[in-house]
Design a protein around this ligand. Structure first.
Ligand SMILES: *[C@@H]1O[C@H](CO)[C@@H](O)[C@H](O)[C@H]1NC(C)=O
Ligand SMILES: *[C@@H]1O[C@H](CO)[C@@H](O)[C@H](O)[C@H]1NC(C)=O
Ligand SMILES: *[C@@H]1O[C@H](CO)[C@@H](O)[C@H](O)[C@H]1NC(C)=O
Ligand SMILES: *[C@@H]1O[C@H](CO)[C@@H](O)[C@H](O)[C@H]1NC(C)=O
Ligand SMILES: *[C@@H]1O[C@H](CO)[C@@H](O)[C@H](O)[C@H]1NC(C)=O
Ligand SMILES: *[C@@H]1O[C@H](CO)[C@@H](O)[C@H](O)[C@H]1NC(C)=O
Ligand SMILES: *[C@@H]1O[C@H](CO)[C@@H](O)[C@H](O)[C@H]1NC(C)=O
Ligand SMILES: *[C@@H]1O[C@H](CO)[C@@H](O)[C@H](O)[C@H]1NC(C)=O
Length: 594
């Protein structure tokens, strides 16, 4: 099959041993979708000669074109290279899968529409949906933590100003004498030391929540070094740390923690390569909070589960969002389109139907919010269909991954984005890791009858405070009810409903002071980027995009790679640090300006 796509010149060049030059020029020529597909053809011709030559060639290219530091190029391609080579051996370089791979690697070919698919539901919506009425009882406290990214090799005194995605470690190429020695408790160039996570968990315990939700990402961002042994040890260590510090139940969801990072093979990918070890590790680690039945779901349903919160008519449905994530390179190993890889959407439907049948409400938790540019438009659309069907049951949706304090609104009609049409909202929790701002978590007050969110506060610690290295001080950053409520005239008994969040976007559109406050809040005042009127327009558009097909992030076709490389630090989500997409962007940017 692939032979048909092997260009004669590429093959000749290979025979002449000039594969690096061919690849280099293919990278240099990428500035649109066809040229990206040509690059895939060149990569495919090397992949068919075997994993080893593929990895060797790409590693030389990565180092030669400044894709990343040499040790990062070597480690990352040794890990991700075999998956990419496997993909390229399975697919045609002219099909939709190849276009999606170009999107994931280079930000090209991104205009493909959603593949139509109607999610099947076991029952039609009830004629008389259950009315969940507030009895005005005292709210219940819930903590939402996310993206802890704990670095067990954080070293006080190590270089904190390095050229990698995280510093404060003794890397093989670290200088003898650090220019900026890392202090205790954390640094904005480094992932979280254990002491910072301990300090946050102690603060959460002091706040005495009824339960906590954790939306994933445990492992640090030195992804070119991470392996299965480290991921397993890190997941177990954080489960033990939470168990030791928190007395109330914790409902966790999986993040991108696998080896290599974000790589979750599909059930159709073959039996030797799978992430069953992640599901087994977390099933065993979470059983103490979610019970044995749910733990068994984690192990048999690719990391997803549904569990009841003790004492409340509320279910937590945790979904593994990695099968919808563009940077999971296992998703590109077949030309056969799969609407629901590993049945995650089907699992969600069954869990919601069970909640509806029981008259319970549900919170959906997961790592990656559905609306951003990094989520595949197909599964984002199908999830949205599920949300529309079960909107009366779903009382909240909580995500992480962006490291930012954000929200995304779902509408019954995305062409008529009004308060009346707002049917759901995804609340995105800030990160503990200081790499994208001040360490923080969210504290919700929820109505114990409707489970609607009455308030969402951000609790943070200021890494610039001189006391931080001695002892992080945690405190209220802001309360959404107190700060945003007056902007939309929120009445005292009203929840922070989807309509509330919509009205807030209207207030942001007209009130520049309020919008800039939101922009500062994104990073808890720790990494504030300027946001001009174009940026504001995109930001508000994205707040109204629970489905990724509706966001305004998509680069236009022909988007200059040089520009793309220049915006890499902001354009890519902070969770990745360094990934294949980053090194390709850097290689292309470097070669075009050379
Ligand atoms: C899949 O697993 C096999 C056997 O462990 C290994 O040799 C191969 O490199 C793996 N493939 C990928 C793409 O990781
Ligand atoms: C960090 O390193 C960069 C480049 O090596 C250098 O330009 C910068 O001055 C350093 N920052 C500090 C605070 O030493
Ligand atoms: C676990 O909790 C569910 C409710 O979420 C319940 O149906 C199930 O029986 C429980 N399993 C065990 C083993 O306690
Ligand atoms: C959605 O809104 C658009 C714009 O107001 C309108 O033309 C369209 O009929 C609406 N669709 C439905 C299904 O109501
Ligand atoms: C949203 O704004 C509309 C129009 O101003 C208003 O009717 C509605 O009550 C507001 N809803 C909330 C929850 O603020
Ligand atoms: C605009 O937002 C600021 C900051 O929240 C607030 O103080 C001010 O009252 C708002 N202005 C209007 C007209 O609502
Ligand atoms: C954090 O502390 C620094 C130094 O004291 C101060 O300038 C800054 O305003 C503080 N940031 C926040 C969000 O409180
Ligand atoms: C963003 O800009 C477009 C084009 O100028 C405009 O149609 C749209 O209303 C703007 N959106 C917001 C939220 O300001």
């Amino acid at each position: 099959m692939w032979l048909a796509f092997l260009s004669v010149s590429v093959f000749a060049a290979l025979v002449a041993g000039a594969s690096i030059d061919v690849l280099r020029s293919a990278v240099q020529n990428v500035d649109d979708c066809p040229s990206c597909l040509t690059l895939l053809g060149a990569l495919q011709s090397i992949a068919i000669t075997g994993d080893d030559p593929f990895i060797t060639t790409l590693t030389s290219l990565c180092i030669g074109l400044g894709g990343a530091d040499p040790d990062v190029c070597t480690g990352l391609l040794a890990r991700e290279g075999p998956i990419l080579a496997h993909d390229l051996r399975q697919i045609s370089t002219t099909g939709q899968t190849a276009e999606k791979l170009c999107d994931a690697l280079m930000g090209m070919c991104v205009t493909h529409p959603v593949n139509p698919f109607t999610v099947p539901f076991p029952k039609p919506p009830p004629a008389h949906p259950k009315n969940f009425r507030s009895r005005g009882r005292a709210p219940v406290r819930v903590v939402h933590l996310s993206d802890v990214h704990i670095d067990h090799m954080y070293t006080v005194g190590a270089e904190a100003n390095c050229t990698k995605s995280i510093c404060c470690r003794d890397f093989a190429d670290s200088p003898e004498t650090p220019t900026v020695p890392a202090l205790p408790n954390g640094n904005s160039h480094c992932d979280s030391p254990v002491s910072l996570a301990d300090s946050m968990l102690e603060e959460i315990e002091r706040l005495n929540p009824a339960f906590s939700i954790f939306t994933g990402d445990v492992v640090e961002g030195a992804v070119w070094l991470v392996d299965q042994a480290e991921v397993t040890a890190d997941l177990q260590a954080f489960n033990a740390e939470m168990a030791a510090k928190l007395s109330a139940p914790i409902f966790p969801s999986l993040g991108g923690d696998s080896a290599p990072v974000n790589a979750f093979a599909r059930s159709t990918s073959g039996t030797t390569n799978n992430s069953q070890w992640v599901f087994d590790t977390q099933g065993a680690g979470w059983e103490q909070w979610i019970n044995q039945t749910a733990a068994s779901e984690v192990e048999h349903d690719s990391g997803s589960y549904s569990a009841k919160v003790p004492g409340l008519n509320l279910r937590i449905i945790a979904v593994n969002t990695q099968y919808w994530y563009k940077q999971n390179f296992w998703l590109y190993d077949s030309d056969v389109f799969q609407p629901d890889p590993n049945g995650i959407i089907a699992f969600l439907v069954d869990a919601l139907q069970a909640a509806e049948d029981a008259g319970d409400r549900a919170y959906i938790i997961g790592h990656i919010p559905l609306g951003k540019e990094d989520t595949l438009v197909d599964q984002s659309n199908y999830y949205d269909q599920v949300l529309q069907r079960y909107k009366n049951t779903i009382a909240g949706q909580f995500f992480g991954h962006s490291h930012k304090d954000q929200f995304e609104i779902a509408y019954s009609n995305y062409s008529a984005q009004t308060a009346e049409n707002a049917v759901g909202v995804g609340l995105i929790g800030p990160a503990l890791t200081p790499t994208s701002g001040n360490p923080a978590f969210k504290l919700y007050e929820i109505d114990p009858d409707t489970f609607e969110v009455m308030d969402a506060s951000v609790i943070f610690t200021n890494i610039s405070d001189p006391e931080f290295p001695v002892r992080p001080k945690w405190g209220l950053y802001y309360s959404a009810r107190d700060t945003y409520g007056p902007l939309v005239g929120l009445a005292p008994t009203e929840p922070l409903s989807p309509a509330f969040w919509h009205n807030l976007t209207e207030a942001f559109a007209t009130n520049e002071t309020a919008f800039q406050m939101f922009n500062t809040f994104l990073s808890r005042g720790g990494a504030v980027g300027a946001c001009d009127s174009d940026c504001k327009n995109t930001t508000i558009c994205d707040m109204r995009a629970f489905r990724s097909e509706n966001n305004c992030d998509t680069p236009a076709p022909g988007f200059s790679l040089r520009r793309r490389a220049a915006i890499v630090p902001h354009d890519f989500d902070a969770c990745e640090g360094t990934g294949l997409a980053q090194i390709f962007a850097h290689m292309a940017g470097e070669s075009q300006s050379a």
